[in-house]
Design a protein around this ligand. Structure first.
Ligand code: G4P
Length: 537
């Protein structure tokens, strides 16, 4: 096998940062880019930060499409590594997007606010990673101000998330007097120098061993004693470091730092690159896997973003390369349509700039202009492979609305918009039997998604919406032994039978009680939280 190809795989890292809003994901991402040399002064990525609370902020961001383009994936090089950071939306209403993004990652960095510990959104995202056996690295942020005791935080990971933590480095001086870190694997102390750039520049630091008199002098007696005591306690009571357990997602390497002041960012980045996995094999629909080292190309689509540039109605599909080498303009097989497709105009995103990709390797993410043929989860591969990747998880929506265009002359635009947004995975679309194209039922997980639908249909497709929220909050895919059982379903006065985009029957009801009411009256019928042909995550 081509050694250069193997080396490229060995040096690739593709990961996502998961956190509760406000823990500092945008700031940390920016600092990683700063250390990777992709930006020269921190502060420039800040503008792309997605809105956390209000739709209006989100819209503002959408207006700056050129910036949000880069938010799908950021790439930089560091010390021979090619690093791909997958961006995950901060708002919980878009958690479905996050789940899909995690399908493209080989590991995750869990960011925790030192004062707040494990928060609800952290918990939710952690479980998704955990079920997928993704290795999780923990970065405890905001050490520059008052935070909780690091031992307590370790304990919290164990109690709430049920994962053991191994602190790779340990903070020296807490409660806002954070001076540096002790590296437990190297037995070295790194002390950071304060600077006046408020984190805009890289930090200077001094590194030395714990018994170096200069380090002891710089630390002062009290901090030195405290550190020695902490290390002794950790070595005595803590876990052994076991990389295999990390790879299985059973042990999380833990780091402490402050993204804002850059404290601890570089030691984290270096250790993370060293310990995190290279691109991993990917599961196929037939239960087998494909290895990245396979020389034949394969990739799957995990994100679609339409109209990123309002001047040209473009739609970009993002794919993760799973095996083989990608070369510009190559022709591949698209499993879902059974047709060959030329991957023209491939793009990569280096910090703020889009560049045309000549070649890319397993683990890399590239975006290609999509004429409207791709859907989330689609498989692309060499003509001799024609493989299909495992299905993406589908989430049962919890909020439903009937939508139709206000002006019936705008029906075409309306329909195009609704279909495209469903292909992007922004909404799920259902049809009622006997109802034509004039209205759809849309299902979403979060309220904000409906507002985004309304906004985007108006702004991108010039179609004003009429939207009636439906009184349902539970959706179940229906398994019926035959079509007759479905047609004769009883008890539907408490619900509605609709069909998803693959024509699979789905029942909408307002509560679990109604589900049971219908179940009782229809022996042989089953209700499933995921489509019959999809494995639940
Ligand atoms: P998010 O993407 O996870 O939502 O978080 P983001 O980076 O936007 O950070 C949320 C807030 O936390 C920001 O403050 C940011 O400056 C602050 N922050 C991030 N890292 C650190 C850190 O290491 N220490 C401290 N003390 N604060 C940190 P903000 O007031 O909301 O915004 P801004 O005015 O600073 O832009």
């Amino acid at each position: 096998m081509d050694q250069e190809f193997l080396d490229k795989i060995e040096k690739r890292r593709t990961f996502a940062i998961i956190s509760h809003p406000d823990a500092g994901k945008t700031t940390l991402t920016e600092k990683l880019l700063l250390y990777g040399g992709a930006i020269h002064l921190a502060g420039s990525v800040k503008a792309r930060k997605t809105a956390k609370h209000a739709v209006s902020d989100w819209m503002e961001i959408e207006k700056q499409r050129g910036i949000s383009v880069t938010s799908s994936v950021l790439q930089f090089d560091y010390d021979g590594y090619r690093v791909n950071i997958l961006d995950t939306p901060g708002h919980q209403d878009f958690s479905e997007d996050t789940y899909r993004t995690l399908m493209a990652a080989d590991s995750a960095v869990m960011l925790i606010d030192a004062a707040k510990g494990v928060e609800p959104q952290t918990k939710k995202l952690f479980w998704v990673c955990h079920r997928r056996h993704l290795p999780i690295f923990t970065f405890v942020n905001k050490l520059d101000r008052y935070g909780r005791n690091p031992f307590d935080l370790m304990d919290e990971l164990e109690k709430i998330l049920n994962i053991r933590a191994y602190p790779i480095n340990w903070p020296i001086g807490i409660d806002g007097h954070y001076k540096g870190v002790y590296d437990r694997l190297e037995n070295t102390v790194q002390l950071f120098e304060d600077d006046t750039s408020h984190g805009a520049n890289k930090l200077k630091s001094t590194t030395g061993s714990l018994d170096d008199p200069k380090i002891r002098e710089l630390l002062g007696d009290e901090l030195y004693e405290n550190l020695c005591n902490d290390i002794e306690l950790l070595d005595m009571a803590g876990d052994e470091f076991d990389l295999e357990k990390v790879k299985e997602g059973e042990l999380t390497p833990m780091f402490f730092g402050s993204a804002m002041t850059n404290f601890g960012v570089q030691p984290f980045l270096e250790k993370f690159l060293e310990l995190s996995p290279k691109p991993q094999p990917r599961a196929l629909a037939d239960g087998t896997t494909i290895d990245p080292e396979n020389e034949k190309f394969s990739a799957f689509i995990f994100k679609i973003q339409a109209n990123m540039n309002p001047a040209h109605r473009d739609r970009i599909s993002f794919m993760r390369i799973c095996s083989g080498k990608f070369t510009k303009d190559m022709q591949v097989h698209h499993k879902e349509t059974g047709k060959p497709i030329k991957l023209a105009m491939p793009q990569q995103f280096l910090a703020q700039e889009r560049t045309i990709v000549e070649e890319a390797y397993p683990g890399d993410i590239i975006g290609i202009f999509d004429p409207g043929v791709f859907g989330i989860g689609d498989s692309l591969s060499d003509n001799s492979l024609k493989l299909k990747f495992e299905e993406f998880p589908v989430f049962p929506p919890e909020i439903f609305a009937r939508v139709q265009p206000k002006d019936s002359l705008k029906r075409k635009q309306f329909e195009k918009g609704v279909i495209q947004l469903s292909q992007e995975g922004a909404i799920q679309v259902f049809k009622q039997e006997g109802v034509g194209m004039e209205s759809y039922i849309v299902g979403v997980v979060g309220e904000l998604q409906l507002e985004v639908l309304e906004y985007r249909l108006l702004n991108e497709y010039r179609a004003e919406l009429m939207m009636n929220t439906l009184p349902y909050s539970v959706a179940r895919w229906v398994y019926a032994p035959d079509k007759k059982a479905l047609d004769n379903m009883k008890g539907l006065d408490n619900g509605m039978l609709v069909y998803d985009k693959k024509d699979r029957p789905v029942i909408l009801v307002n509560n679990e009680w109604s589900l049971n009411w219908i179940l009782d009256r229809n022996p042989g019928i089953e209700f499933l939280t995921v489509p019959t042909d999809v494995e639940q995550i």
